[in-house]
Design a protein around this ligand. Sequence first.
Ligand code: HEC
Length: 135
Amino acid sequence: MRNLIALIIALLLGAVWFFTQSKDMPPDQVVKSQTPFVRLPEFTAAARAGETFFNAKCATCHGVNGTGSDKGPPLIHKIYEPNHHGDESFQHAAKSGVQSHHWNFGNMAPVAGITRAEVAKIVIYIREIQAANGI
Ligand code: HEC
């Protein structure tokens, strides 16, 4: 009997925890993928433009909203915080490709048909999602 009461209390505490956790993340703003949960901010116009370029040229590998895929790493990840991978590393990645060094997806080939100005918009887009997720 005492065990049963302990079990019920544990379940109730679990339920309370679950609801308080999920409450501050509206489901429509939470994207599930390789980086388990990504909170999306209110994007600026520049970031919205970057999203279009990102979806066209980067998302096949780096996933929707930069959450990663089976072909490339998530960019919404502490490794890619501005201090460690500055904006120029995005320009360099797009122009010259990347030798794999952090993950096991292989190398990234240079991305054809994208300009510096477009990559700059992509960086704004990624930085805004990073910031919304404490990166
Ligand atoms: C064909 C798949 C693919 C595409 C398309 C792709 N990437 Fe990558 N990207 C990768 C892989 C794989 C890595 C290497 C990860 C590692 O370090 O092991 C990578 C790494 C990176 C890095 C990290 C660079 C560094 O210095 O470590 C950045 C930034 C990046 N990609 C940005 C982009 C952007 C911006 C685009 C679109 C313009 C893009 N990628 C398109 C697969 C891809």
